[in-house]
Design a protein. Structure first.
Length: 486
């Protein structure tokens, strides 16, 4: 069976379950009386501040501890909540703060990036490691633990969103916007902030990529869900074919609020370009050409509006008419533009795309770092808006690492880039963790602060999920670079 056939074989079932109206979806699952005793989440173990010995082994242990800390402190037992429609729903989700059961509607899109850290951990953990252990834990058990989160998250994230929705199922909403009646009652993954859906699609594709060999049927389910989400609820809804079709671009927000249809933001067009590129990569024939064309359209939108400049800066947004640009460069927008250009290069072999990715990367490193010497790191997460925005650095890393590994970039350039990454990782591990803070507990040693080069003495419960994810992804990234760089 071809890859495309494998994906489509499961597509109907996924669509039936996750894109139906809410009143057609059975929300009694998962069973709150059926926990997973075989994969308990252990306490993180601190391997210390200095590597010693083999650097690869050290960063493996550091990443294992960091991401285990994320799971230990932000992934509580099954949550139960009454929805705005007074239905009771049980679900798994990452919480907004450490050691709490706190969630809010704004915590939906960070769910994708927390799950990305789990995927990193799964990919890092070898499959043929029987009898081996890291920090006293059997590696094969560890890999099964990471895998056990996949379907819990797949079931839990859309339920979490529905629990915290207040207006998506209203009669007024559907009367005002009848072309959105497919929105149903906030069922499934749909969200009128289009970038929120895009992050979810990207995570679904990464789940597919991590499992396509070991668990092909499960992988196909995730890819089919992400593909359907993108086709139906991102491209078909948000690509501008009516307000200013000559400009094009994906709208950031639809719906009834003041943000609806007002702007086309880098935070949706960058991820949209990456999604279209990846779907082209995993498709064949006419479907491949369709997605490649979409990726090119988004790329051209960036250039024709000058949302992305020739100097490598990616601005925040352009108005719906394509005539006024606002906002400066942010790490996550730089990262997704870099990633989208990189995928277009991989698909076409055209040097223009890779050169754009390189220019945007160099712009980021020249303009979006703070501090000096060995403590020079990506700008503070709080300086980019605080709150959920503290996950921006993790998004930049997601697309920075493949460029460090890109053999068509000169070894000198890649070594330079790796020097930044290595400095950031050493800095966050030594200066950006809560070690010796908050009572010096061993568990708190695995919490990361708002900046990679410092952490204030704060209560563990005030450390945002995005801070933890950015720190964990940074340490995981040290295991993703292909060394030596040649």
């Amino acid at each position: 069976m071809t890859l495309a056939a494998l994906v489509m074989a499961s597509c109907g079932d996924v669509t039936d379950n996750y894109f139906a109206r809410v009143d057609d979806v059975t929300l009694s699952e998962p069973d709150p009386e059926a926990p997973d005793p075989e994969y308990p989440i252990p306490e993180p173990v601190d391997p210390g501040n200095t590597g010693g010995g083999d650097p690869a082994s050290y960063w493996y242990q550091a990443a294992d501890s960091a991401t285990m800390g994320l799971l230990n402190r932000y992934w509580p037992p099954l949550l139960t909540r009454a929805t705005p429609q007074n239905d009771v729903v049980s679900y798994w989700a990452f919480t907004e703060r450490a050691d709490t059961r706190t969630l809010s509607s704004s915590n939906y899109w960070p769910q994708a990036h927390a799950m990305d850290a789990i995927i990193d951990a799964y990919n890092r953990t070898p499959s043929d490691a029987e009898g081996l252990n890291v920090l006293g834990r059997e590696i094969l058990d560890q890999k099964e633990l990471w895998l056990s989160i996949y379907d819990k998250w797949f079931q839990g994230a859309p339920r979490m969103q529905w629990c915290y929705s207040t207006n998506w199922g209203s009669t007024a909403y559907q009367t005002t916007y009848p072309h959105f009646t497919d929105f149903g009652n906030a069922g499934g993954w749909r969200n009128y902030f289009i970038d929120d859906m895009a992050w979810m699609v990207l995570t679904h594709i990464r789940m597919y990529e991590s499992l396509v060999v070991a668990e092909p049927a499960l992988a196909a389910k995730y890819l089919a869900t992400g593909k359907d989400m993108y086709d139906r609820y991102i491209w078909n809804w948000a690509w501008d074919t009516w307000r200013n079709p000559l400009v094009g671009g994906l709208f950031w927000c639809l719906g009834t609020g003041g943000d609806a249809y007002t702007s086309k933001n880098a935070c949706i067009n960058g991820p949209g370009m990456v999604i279209a590129g990846k779907l082209a990569w995993y498709s064949e024939g006419a479907e491949r050409e369709k997605y490649l064309d979409q990726a090119k359209k988004i790329y051209n939108f960036f250039l024709t509006t000058t949302l992305a400049t020739s100097a490598g800066q990616v601005r925040d947004n352009v108005n719906s008419a394509g005539t006024s640009i606002s906002g400066g460069a942010l790490t996550y927008n730089q990262g997704t533009f870099m990633g989208g250009c990189h995928w277009l290069y991989k698909l076409t072999g055209e040097a223009e795309y890779l050169n754009r990715a390189i220019t945007a990367t160099d712009y980021s490193l020249a303009n979006l770092q703070t501090g000096s010497g060995n403590t020079r790191v990506l700008v503070s997460h709080d300086s980019e808006g605080g709150g959920n925005n503290c996950v921006f650095a993790a998004i930049f890393l997601r697309y920075f690492i493949p460029l460090i590994n890109e053999p068509e970039v000169s070894p000198t350039k890649r070594q330079e880039w790796y020097g930044h990454l290595e400095r950031w990782a050493n800095c966050v591990w030594k200066e950006g963790r809560a070690i010796n803070k908050n009572g010096s507990s061993a568990a708190n040693a695995m919490l990361f602060g708002t900046s990679w080069n410092s952490i204030t003495t704060v209560a563990a419960t005030s450390i945002h999920l995005g801070n933890m994810v950015s720190g964990s992804v940074l340490v995981e990234s040290m295991n993703l670079v292909k060394l030596p760089i040649q």
